[in-house]
Design a protein around this ligand. Structure first.
Ligand code: ATP
Ligand code: MG
Ligand code: MG
Ligand code: MG
Length: 423
């Protein structure tokens, strides 16, 4: 059977002029995404495969943490946003529209209002609590400066979760579980990140909140980390505990008062909030308590920018020649290149190997294009799939070249040995 995945290899030789970060350039050059309008992108098949891997990791960890998946509409009645008071807080970042009956809608930038209004009718006893729900869905924000491809889009993919409790103790317990789930997610994605105390911004709420910041020089956030205790905070938050104008330069840790603060740049990939009754209060979401008295639901919310996470992984994992995917999120595990597609021995051996890999569930991208060998090997470096197999001049001895994208060593091995190495 003909294998059709080589057409995925629509790489760009030149660096796109308007792509400012290394990650954005690589994502365009490797053919993961294509821009359709400012801050809007099509996920091409290779990019979508990575996104699906991220979704699978996030789903697994959310379910492990006791959250159940649902899906809310992207369009929300503007009236709900007026009730919560956020119609004005979000201001021009909110994308709005009217239907044929002249009713106003908001294209959801986040879903606190929507979930609160749904759950108000569903949760009818404190005995059902705690409950946590999550969804994976597009969000819309009319960002002033869409930037660096998927890092700051106007339409982007988010995993957002919401927890419901009868009291703050319950919220704190679930919050701790979600915090751990976030650490597991970012560890599994191979990210170098820090969890820091943060400012609640437009989400509001009166409890703690944390941002998960992936370290990167091109990041828009600045964090301060103590070199002696556990203290770590976004400078926006640090500013609250310091005198006006000193965050960014302050040397001494405000928590232990001994350690030195170190500053670094990063990308916000996740944000978790203890909202309390902010939304249940404004939207009137209550539940009858133990003594029959109605009390407002206590809530938490937890977001991860999945499309931003994809772009962040590329920012952290590349070299001069291209992307170096962490195995857990790679679009394919193996990139097999046939040097001379007109050579029947090479073709036959490559297809046999491909079929055997498929049988054991190893995802393989087969480059059987009639192109120069140099072009194909160059593309394999750029796309960055973890294991490379080159079927070339040693094919008549059933031998192939085997190498890892993350290392410089190559070896020529028998196909049986190559299979052994992969299993
Ligand atoms: P930022 O400070 O970068 O504008 P935010 O604080 O406004 O982000 P939240 O409201 O906390 O974002 O949303 C949860 C998550 O959604 C963020 O941690 C981030 O990963 C992601 N996110 C937010 N805005 C965007 C965007 N424009 N494009 C892609 N991902 C985004
Ligand atoms: Mg924002
Ligand atoms: Mg932020
Ligand atoms: Mg945030």
């Amino acid at each position: 059977m003909a294998i059709q995945n080589a057409w995925l290899l629509r790489t760009l030789r030149d660096v796109p002029a308007d792509a400012e970060t290394a990650g954005h350039q690589l994502m365009l050059r490797a053919g993961l995404i294509r821009q359709t309008a400012a801050g809007m992108y099509a996920y091409m098949p290779l990019g979508l495969r990575v996104l699906r891997k991220l979704e699978a990791i996030v789903r697994e960890e959310m379910e492990r943490a006791g959250a159940q998946e649902l899906l809310l509409p992207a369009l929300q009645p503007a009236e709900l946003w007026r009730q919560s008071g956020r119609y004005d807080v979000y201001g021009p970042e909110l994308m709005t529209m009217t239907d044929r009956h002249n009713r106003s809608f908001v294209l959801g930038p986040t879903h606190e209002e929507a979930i609160t209004s749904v759950m108000n009718g569903v949760i009818n006893s404190y005995r059902q609590l705690p409950l946590t729900f999550f969804q994976i869905q597009v969000k819309f924000r009319d960002e002033m400066r869409p930037r660096s491809g998927l890092l700051r889009g106007r339409e982007f993919l988010m995993k957002d979760a919401y927890s419901f409790h009868s009291d703050w103790d319950g919220l704190k317990r679930t919050y701790a579980v979600m915090y751990k789930a976030y650490c597991r997610i970012f560890n599994r994605c191979g990210l170098n990140y820090r969890a820091v105390m943060a400012d609640a911004g437009a989400m509001g709420g009166d409890g703690d909140n944390h941002e998960f910041i992936a370290l990167a020089d091109i990041g828009e956030d600045t964090i301060a980390v103590c070199n002696s205790c556990q203290f770590a905070a976004n400078v926006e938050k640090l500013q609250e505990s310091l005198d006006e104008g000193t965050a960014d330069q302050s040397e001494t840790c405000p928590s232990c008062e001994q350690g030195k603060l170190e500053y670094c740049k990063g990308i916000e990939v996740g944000h978790t909030f203890q909202l309390g009754d902010k939304y249940s209060h404004s939207l009137g979401a209550t539940v009858p308590g133990a003594h029959g008295r109605e009390s407002e639901l206590i809530m938490g919310c937890y977001g991860i920018g999945l499309s931003r996470l994809l772009a962040t992984i590329v920012e952290q994992h590349h070299d001069q020649r291209g992307i170096i995917w962490p195995s857990a999120v790679a679009p394919y595990q193996v990139h097999m290149t046939i040097i001379a597609v007109k050579n029947e021995v090479q073709m036959k051996l490559a297809h046999q190997l491909y079929d055997r890999l498929a049988e054991v569930g190893i995802e393989t991208l087969l480059d059987d294009r009639d192109e120069r060998a140099g072009v194909k090997l160059h593309d394999a470096e750029l796309i960055g799939i973890p294991i490379r197999i080159v079927v070339g001049k040693n094919a008549d001895e059933h031998r192939v070249e085997y190498s890892e994208r993350s290392s410089e060593t190559k070896e020529v091995v028998h196909v049986e040995k190559a299979l052994e190495l992969l299993l």
